[in-house]
Design a protein around this ligand. Structure first.
Ligand code: NDP
Length: 298
């Protein structure tokens, strides 16, 4: 496998073939907008670290054009795609095969080319669980969990927590019907609840945009009232702009442990990287790349 050559972003100048080469394998992300996606920084750093002759690009693809994007990627020999808004549901209907979790969620965030077959998966939930285990030392097995939100991210988290053996997964969301649909993903361990249910849970995950920079102003940016937060809880905010949201700040102030959304972002990318390349992702390198890009954007 050729090593990273001169000119490769993030690599040290070293002897080796110029990069990209005629054999460079291409992966990318489709979405709209993708200009500020952190995925190119994460994956290109990982390819360089392992000396893989691969490259990752961001492809702006507007709503409704996923069919052409996938057909074009197939024709051009693109080996892997990340899928982001607004295409996650559309791509599920376009792949040849989907993993059970992508089918259950109705959303694909990772496409893997296997010969002439496109396989769709969803790595968001495993990304969150892997980040809990390896970054926070928190195994969801047997734990009481509460998820705020019922959109794409929340659904992925609810399913993954249930599959990781959580004792209960309470879903809190402003729209009851969506909360019920999300809670159903957790089977017998899932139920719809309210913020007061945060008392006594060991894990709280905010999977709404509350607290995010540039999101519409709301009277209260806390997904869970401060008085419900305290020692014995791990509070995870999937939002990562800013890195310390009002929820995380309140949780820290009241003695809870906290984590922002970069852990899930890195681990879901690591999961996709493993599916595309078959190699173990260099998670430390990926975390450093995401932190550096995040600093540049802030
Ligand atoms: P969706 O639009 O699919 O879902 C948003 C959810 O938030 C819905 O349940 C919605 O409620 C709720 N919500 C939105 N605004 C408010 C509000 N003002 N008050 C209360 N609830 C609200 O978004 P996603 O699930 O894709 O993303 C959710 C968050 O997670 C985003 O901030 C996103 O950036 C982050 N994220 C982070 C990832 C990571 O790797 N760290 C990965 C994916 C997402 P309702 O159902 O009533 O509309």
């Amino acid at each position: 496998m050729p090593g990273p050559g001169p000119g490769r972003p993030g690599s040290d100048p070293c002897p080796g073939p110029a990069w990209p080469t005629g054999a460079t394998r291409l992966a990318g992300v489709i979405g709209d907008p993708v200009r500020h996606s952190l995925s190119p920084a994460i994956h290109n750093a990982a390819f360089a670290a392992l000396g893989l002759d691969w490259a990752f690009l961001a492809f702006p693809v507007v709503a409704g054009r996923a069919p052409e994007a996938l057909a074009g990627a197939m024709a051009l020999g693109v080996v892997g795609l990340s899928v982001t808004m607004p295409h996650k549901a559309a791509v599920l209907a376009l792949v040849d095969r989907a993993t059970p979790r992508a089918a259950a969620l109705g959303a694909v965030n990772t496409v893997v080319r296997q010969g002439e077959v496109l396989m769709g998966d969803n790595t968001d939930g495993p990304g969150l669980v892997e980040s809990l285990r390896s970054d926070q030392g928190f195994d969801p097995d047997g734990r009481r969990c509460l998820v705020v939100g019922a959109g794409g991210a929340a659904r992925a988290v609810v399913l993954a927590l249930a599959q990781a053996g959580a004792a209960q997964v309470v879903v809190v969301n402003r729209s009851r019907d969506r909360a019920e649909a999300a809670a159903a993903l957790a089977g017998a361990t899932g139920r719809v609840g309210e913020a007061a249910d945060a008392d006594g849970v060991e894990l709280i995950v905010n999977a709404t945009p509350l607290g995010m920079d540039r999101s519409p102003a709301v009277a209260d940016p806390l997904a869970v009232p401060a008085e419900r937060l305290g020692p014995g809880q791990l509070v995870v905010d999937l939002v990562y702009h800013p890195l310390v949201t009002p929820l995380l700040s309140a949780a820290r102030g009241r003695g809870a442990r906290t984590a922002n959304g970069l852990g899930m972002l890195v681990h879901q990318a690591g999961h996709a990287f493993r599916l595309w390349t078959g190699a173990e992702p260099p998670l430390e390198v990926m975390a450093q790349a995401v932190a550096a890009s995040h600093r540049d954007q802030s």
